[in-house]
Design a protein around this ligand. Sequence first.
Ligand code: NAP
Length: 485
Amino acid sequence: MLQKTSHFMREANLIGGQWVQADSGATIDVINPATGLKLGTVPKSGKAETTRAIEAAQKAFESFKKTTAVERSKMLRALHDAMMDNQQPLAELLTMEQGKSLTESKGEIASSAAYILWFAEEARRIYGDVIPSPWGDRRIIVTKEPTGVIAAITPWNFPSSMLARKIGPAIAAGCTAVVKPASQTPYSGLAWGALCEEVGIPAGVVNVVTGSASEIGKELTTHPLVKKITFTGSTDVGKMLIEQSASTVKKVSMELGGNAPFLVFDDADLDRAVEGAVTAKYRNSGQTCVCTNRFFVQAGIYDRFVEKFAKASGALKVGPGLDDGVQQGPLIDDKAVEKVEEFIADAKAKGGKVVTGGNRHELGGTFFQPTVISEATPEMNFMKDEIFGPVAPIFRFETEEEAVSMANDTEFGLACYFYTSDLGRAFRVMEGLKYGMVGVNEGLITTPEAPFGGVKESGIGREGGHQGIEDYLDTKYVCIGGLGL
Ligand code: NAP
């Protein structure tokens, strides 16, 4: 087993300010995907520990809801500063459990801190309304109150920043939280608990429980004290959590799967499109919900795009995330590698041509070559299913209508990208694409200032932007009569 990387690597649940093991003493192993070696363990908790965490969060809520916006803003600023002061150890921990390059991990920690700072600022802008009354002797006001205990469940691909978008608005609004990080990457989630403790956020405001997803998830979605569930992960699990949450009519926010299209028109700036394509495809080895799943390239620029993009893809440095200059780390596990191999085999059987890559990387383990497949067709599996790996299928199209229609031919609607230098086309295509987020001549668009989220089966609600706090607030209409006016 490897040494702990820092005091942020906690191997216990945080419940009501206490670091505790599972009642049964059972644990889950956490593996470093770059080496296949065990990093450590975390508690394998279930229903009982989750109930206690919910009760601790409710107890903390009774006093936390009375804190002022300025107090909560200061707490979040302190949390931001603590993250940036510890960017290196937090990033190393993230790379060791998740695999992504240290550069990307440092970027993720900085992004987490930026979301926290954004919500520190938003905490002071939770406004209500005063509405002109239709009655002469009554007045109408509308206030915003914290929703209560919120539950958050997050995936392994962004183990730190997916929680920033949930813990940040919860604290800003005056809510308290029970958090369940992904079992493959729990340490960055537990580190949030350690950071909150370090900066003096009261005990019980942020509770972290690791363990059985189905048991913890069932309790979080059915316990009456939990008022809201916020989930980032696959569409299948999201649908199930929505169903479970119906029994107690909880608010739900869902950040689910994507099937991002990336359109390149004949009039695009080719170099810029290739640069954007590399970013939009290979970040986190293709394992992000906003990674391009399908490239659609117009016939006049198709061959040149394929050639340049394949060259840029083949030049990416693959290796362990902690090594200098590495741009692509390993995939999360063997299953992910097998899935990528199935997509490639299916495409080859249906006439796809592997232009670069196509195989497991010579480093072994779960390392995989960045792969470009030309002559992709709608019959291939990646037209409908999320690849979640470093494979870039390139479809050919003739007309703008055809491209928009193919891009929209999916039940998902998270992020999309397109490249053109024609202003009229930019507006037509932007308005035609049925997605929650659009990058026009840009391949990386996430920022705390903007609302992140999807339409269709990609989700419900938005994270970040001024919208990001709304789901953590209840609206209360107050009619004041008998004023004798
Ligand atoms: P996942 O299998 O849905 O897991 C996500 C989280 O849900 C994990 O914490 C997991 O716990 C938990 N979970 C699994 N089964 C559960 C159950 N029955 N009840 C309650 N919780 C349960 O997704 P993933 O493979 O980790 O993540 C990849 C997916 O997330 C992709 O589809 C990607 O597009 C999506 N994603 C979306 C966004 C977005 O913002 N829209 C961002 C990132 C990722 P365990 O780890 O313990 O199994």
